[in-house]
Structures are given as C-alpha cells and as structure tokens.
Design a protein around this ligand. Structure first.
Ligand SMILES: Cc1cc2nc3c(=O)[nH]c(=O)nc-3n(C[C@H](O)[C@H](O)[C@H](O)COP(=O)(O)OP(=O)(O)OC[C@H]3O[C@@H](n4cnc5c(N)ncnc54)[C@H](O)[C@@H]3O)c2cc1C
Length: 378
C-alpha cells in the first residue's frame, strides 16, 4: 500500500453515507466545518434505500407511549415537506376496519385524534371517517365481507435513496467532500485526532462520526473503536408488484396486531407491500430475504383481498431487504425503541461519536443533536 500521498486534513470525518451520515455531514458543513464523508459503497446504498419510504410520525408508536418520538418525527416531517417539496409529499393513508381487526374502530379513532393533536398546525390534513360505499368502489380488490368502517389520516411519502442523494448533493454544494467506494485499511487515534488510511488516500480530523447504521458493530470491531452500545439487526423485507394494486396508501393490521403498508407508487407503476421483522445474526453482507417472510406478507395481504384478486408468489416482481440499526436492548422485536442514541467518547482533543439507531424521518433532528453533542456552533 502506498501511503506517501499527503495527509488531507478535515475538521470532521463522517463514516457512512446513509441518510444519517449525509444529514450530519450537511449540517456540520452548514455550520462552517470542513467535512469529509466516506462510504465503502455508494451514497444511500444501505438501509437508506431499503425502507418503506415513509416520512411519518409512526402512528403505531403511540400504542407503546413513545410520544416524544412521534412528536419529534412529526416536526421533522413538516420540515422535510417544506425543505424538499419535490421529494417529500403529504399523502392520505386508508385504514379499513373489519370485524376481525385486532383493534376496534374507537381505539384507532382515539389514536388518530392524538396523532392530529401532535401534528398540530403542521398537519396537512386531519384524520377522518371515510364513506364505506365509496371505499368499496375505489378499492375493488378489497373484501367487503365484515367491513365495519374505513378511517384515514395524513402522513408523508418520499423516495429514500433519492432523498439521501439529494442531502449528499446539498452537502457538496456547501463545500463538503464525498468519497464513495472507499476501502478503509486502518483507523488510528490519539489525543490529537484520528488518522484514516485507505486506498483512496489518507485523511485526518479531530472528530470522527461513525454513522455506518447496521454495520456499526462490524466497523467498531474491525477498527477497534470503543462503544457503549451494540446494534440489534432487525431486517424487514418489501415485495414489489407490477401496477397499482390500490389507488391510495394503506395502513393495515394483521390479526396478531402487527401492521403492514400497501404503498402504490404511480411514478414507477408499482406497489410496495411491507414489512417484516426478523432478528439477524449473519454479517451484513450475507443478508437474504427468507421465503417464510415472503409468504407471511402474501398471506397478510391476501387475507384482505377478494378470491379473484389474491396474489401468488409468481406475482412478486422484486423483493428488497433492509436492516433497522436498532439500539441493543432486551425485549420483543416490534416493541423495540426506534429512538436513537449518540455514544460520545473523548480522548484529549479527539472526539468519537457513534450514531445508534435513527429513522429516515428524524435525520434532521439527529444531525442537529450530533452538532450540539460535539459542541459545534456556527
Ligand atoms: C424495512 C425497513 C423499513 C423502514 N421504513 C422506514 C420508513 O418508512 N420511514 C423511516 O423514517 N425509517 C424507516 N426505516 C428506518 C430507516 O430506513 C433507517 O433507520 C435509516 O435509513 C438508517 O440510515 P443510516 O444512515 O443510519 O444507515 P444506512 O443507510 O444503512 O447507511 C450506513 C452506510 O454506512 C456504510 N458503511 C458500512 N460500513 C462502512 C465502512 N467500513 N466504511 C464506510 N462506510 C461504511 C454503508 O455502505 C451505508 O451506506 C426502515 C428500515 C427498514 C429496515
């Protein structure tokens, strides 16, 4: 390896060009810092291109009392709709309630009222009860047997990879540097700062932010970086079907009280159905969608469809899998907190900060918090 290339000095180096790394880099560059953003692959090629593509408060988190998370997400949702009107748009979600639905209509109405209140004036529209007759006409594939009522509410939809790339572009417009396909050989640090050696060059900075999402533990282990938490890797798949299965986005409940989304994407003439939850113990690069998860999603959606509209395995045009980088904590997978933790370490003038967790939706708040923890002001 030829390390004779001159060391390039920065104020901050950010590892990982997912939504969180890009958001952190953009915010720090906006505060006047010289920032380098490096990724072992391309911008947004990790979890930030494998999500449900929703910018949402997370209606279901109300059930577990995560009011703070919902409130922060709804505030960020409004900021993103304003910041990127071509990439983040409000959409109405339909929620049909059947006799067999695990939560009664009154309970969901109460949740939606609370969601409206938390959205405040920021909401682009309130929840409401839809006309069942109209629903039957507009959603002809849906079973009409035992349909009790249809509710709807507003959240937002994006395209995750495009949003991440846009944030990376904005970062570069602020003078930031992005290096992709960067294979890091070593990271060393002392009380003056960090040195990174890679095939793309040698870089130094007094601050290193590790925003490698679900790869975080692997990165810490490989480069022997200290950390107070660990990542719990919980994968989720989405099935892609040709054409528009439904005219509007749908928030669906399974009999086991889990939820899944049906997301039409007219711009691509396709529909996404997701997602699942599975704890993974394999390496990030060995991840694969399981047939049982594919069948689970087909069963869940078919339970709501008329016999002549049922999906078969051969109808699935494509499948993608992503891993939620959740903070390691005991408990049920679906109850696991989506809140993020910032793990800050100091050695003399050096600062190391790991980003554990974080949703697409909350990257703005997360990036601002990172700047505060690092003591960076404009
Ligand atoms: C199925 C599913 C559905 C979801 N749906 C939503 C949703 O609808 N709305 C929402 O708000 N959130 C959603 N999320 C959560 C959200 O997608 C993630 O929390 C978010 O994308 C994580 O971003 P990140 O930047 O932390 O990680 P990532 O996007 O995974 O980025 C990490 C980056 O680190 C890079 N990297 C890894 N190792 C190295 C290394 N050694 N050196 C340099 N770079 C490295 C990777 O290449 C990658 O680009 C969903 C998640 C999943 C799995």
């Amino acid at each position: 390896m030829n390390y004779l290339l001159a060391m390039q000095n920065y104020d901050v180096i950010v590892l990982g060009a997912g939504i969180n790394g890009c958001g952190i880099a953009e915010n720090l560059a906006g505060l006047g810092k010289r920032v380098l953003l490096v990724d072992k692959g391309g911008v947004g090629q990790g979890t930030s291109s494998k999500s449900s593509r929703l910018i949402h408060g997370g209606l279901r988190y109300l059930e577990t009392g995560k009011i703070h998370l919902v409130h922060e997400s709804l505030r960020d949702r409004q900021r993103l709709v304003q910041k990127y009107p071509n990439l983040v748009a409000y959409k109405r979600f339909f929620l049909p309630i059947y006799k067999s639905s695990p939560r009664p209509a009154w309970m969901i109405r109460m949740g939606l009222m609370m969601y409206d209140v938390l959205s405040g004036s920021r909401s682009a529209g309130k929840s409401r009860t839809e006309d069942v007759k109209l629903f039957k006409i507009s959603f002809p594939a849906f079973s009409e047997t035992d349909l009790r009522s249809v509710l709807s509410f507003v959240d937002a939809k994006t395209h995750d990879r495009e949003l991440t790339r846009r944030v990376a572009d904005d970062f570069q417009e602020l003078g930031g540097t992005v290096i992709v396909h960067c294979d890091i050989d070593s990271i060393t640090w002392d009380d003056k700062g960090f040195e990174i050696r890679s095939k793309s060059g040698a870089f130094s900075a007094p601050i290193l932010v590790n925003a490698t999402g679900p790869w975080l533990d692997e990165v810490n282990q490989k480069y022997t970086l200290p950390a107070r938490y660990r990542i719990r890797k919980v994968s989720g798949i989405h099935l892609i079907f040709e054409g528009l299965v439904v005219p509007e986005l749908m928030f669906m409940q399974t009999r086991q009280k889990r939820i899944f989304f049906i997301i039409p994407e007219p711009e691509n003439n396709q529909t996404l159905i997701g997602t699942t939850e599975r704890e993974e113990d394999c390496g990030m690069d060995d991840l694969q969608a399981q047939e049982s998860d594919i069948q689970y999603l087909l069963d869940q959606v078919n339970a709501y469809l008329k016999p002549d509209h049922q999906f078969q395995r051969k109808d699935v045009r494509d499948i993608y899998i992503g891993v939620r980088p959740l903070v390691r904590k005991k408990g049920d997978l679906s109850d696991m907190s989506r809140e993020y933790k910032l793990d800050h370490h100091r050695k003399g003038e050096s600062q190391l900060l790991h980003v554990f967790g974080g949703k697409l939706t909350t990257y703005l708040s997360l990036a601002e918090k990172v700047a505060r923890v690092l003591g960076v002001r404009s």
